[in-house]
Design a protein around this ligand. Structure first.
Ligand SMILES: Cc1cc2nc3c(=O)[nH]c(=O)nc-3n(C[C@H](O)[C@H](O)[C@H](O)COP(=O)(O)OP(=O)(O)OC[C@H]3O[C@@H](n4cnc5c(N)ncnc54)[C@H](O)[C@@H]3O)c2cc1C
Length: 377
């Protein structure tokens, strides 16, 4: 059952129902397996591409479906309810494709964006380095001009879908300034190594990237100068943050639904678990934090749709609150499931592991505390 979300158009309500059906059919039955195997199936990536759900916010001619930003939030919630890895895949594809569309030349956009939108190839966003995470602006990867274009040297770490991607949007320092390049898999001097054994988002196919005298042609330079970090990188992270915020609501909703069902079915001391007052308190905390976080996401979505000047701050607030609500809800859901909560038969343990990651990606909770205070003050 969907909760009421005020102000949705009839079309948005229909879309929301179709996302629910898609997630129930294709994600919910497979998400635990993908988590165990630490890999998504190729078929789901193909299906998302064919359904124009990989980067739905792109125009149709660029491989999307022209989806409005509010509806994209609803999609992110549903994907997050079913599988955090798919939600992350869709976020990263959007980050890379929109950056190329907005900052690349027409030729660059025509060359790479539709391939990402349709799922012909997967994109990866390569900002974080082994020694520069929250302080990504001070990364040490370099690019230098050569006769043939640019030579890249350095390492990047924790790239979602870096194991699968064919196109990497890579940030480096060029003559002391930030710059962004496209590097294609198979380029000499560029290699990827899988990172496995993660706590959460285990099927996000993370990789570490090494660039060792990797030469890319001039045509692969997307942007250079201060705005490369101040607008391109931060704009991409803002897009990802909106998805993470809504996805955390979806995760929390999945935990709430599972907990309502479990505490109705399971009896201890002669009554269903949910008839114990302390259990009800936990359920109430989950119910109210899910609904509150959802409204913050909705507010961020409405402001984003209007290009409102407060949209970025509201998105930060939504992500900060929703990711914490997601972790708290998943923690309580595991508790309410008792031993079953940590066993393999219930997805709440996957949600708990995935929820922790939402407090780290697209800016940690601490960085968001700093940013929200700074923007508000
Ligand atoms: C599953 C997963 C997927 C990812 N995917 C991508 C991707 O696709 N592309 C990409 O570029 N990166 C990706 N990342 C990296 C992610 O963006 C970074 O992990 C994140 O920015 C934090 O950086 P860090 O891990 O180096 O932590 P650090 O920056 O080292 O922080 C460690 C701790 O110190 C705290 N801290 C740091 N600075 C401050 C401060 N000024 N004040 C208070 N506390 C502070 C942090 O909050 C954190 O708790 C991914 C990470 C994960 C886990």
């Amino acid at each position: 059952m969907h909760t009421v979300l005020y102000g949705l158009t009839p079309r948005q309500q229909e879309d929301r129902a179709s996302f629910t059906a898609f997630v129930d059919d294709h994600l919910v039955p497979e998400a635990d397996r993908w988590d165990r195997e630490q890999r998504l199936s190729d078929s789901i990536v193909e299906l998302l591409g064919k359904s124009r759900l990989l980067v739905p916010t792109l125009p149709t001619e660029a491989g999307g479906s022209g989806m409005d930003v509010e509806t994209y939030g609803l999609l992110s919630e549903e994907l997050g309810r079913g599988c955090g890895n798919i939600r992350n895949l869709v976020a990263v594809q959007g980050m890379v494709a929109h950056a190329l569309l907005k900052w690349g030349t027409k030729e660059q956009a025509d060359r790479w964006v539709p391939r990402i939108g349709t799922g012909e190839t997967v994109g990866a966003f390569a900002l974080t380095e082994p020694e520069a995470g929250s302080d990504a602006r001070n990364g040490s990867m370099t690019a230098e001009r050569t006769g043939a274009g640019f030579v890249l040297n350095g390492r990047k770490k924790w790239m979602s879908f870096g194991q699968r991607a064919g196109i990497f949007l890579v940030f480096a320092r060029l003559e002391g300034e930030p710059a962004a390049f496209v590097v294609e898999r198979g380029t000499d001097g560029f290699r990827t190594e899988p990172i496995s054994g993660l706590l959460g988002l285990r099927a996000s196919e993370l990789a570490e990237l090494t660039f060792d005298g990797c030469v890319v042609p001039e045509s692969h330079l997307i942007s250079r100068g201060r705005l490369t970090f101040d607008l391109l990188a931060t704009g991409s992270l803002d897009y990802g943050r909106y998805s993470t915020a809504y996805g955390s609501v979806g995760l929390a909703q999945a935990c709430l639904t599972a907990s309502l069902e479990y505490t109705r079915e399971r009896t201890q001391f002669g009554v269903p678990l949910r008839d114990h007052q302390l259990v009800r308190r936990m359920l109430t905390d989950m119910i109210s934090s899910v609904e509150g976080a959802r409204l913050l996401c909705r507010q961020a979505g409405v402001l984003r749709a209007r290009n409102h000047k407060d949209a970025i701050r509201q998105t930060l607030i939504a992500k900060y609150v929703a990711s914490r609500a997601g972790f708290a809800a998943a923690n309580d859901a595991v508790q309410l499931h008792g031993a079953n909560g940590i066993g393999p038969d219930f997805p709440v343990q996957r949600h708990l592991r995935d929820a922790k990651v939402q407090e780290i990606i697209e800016g940690t909770s601490q960085i968001q505390q700093l940013q929200i205070a700074e923007m508000t003050l």
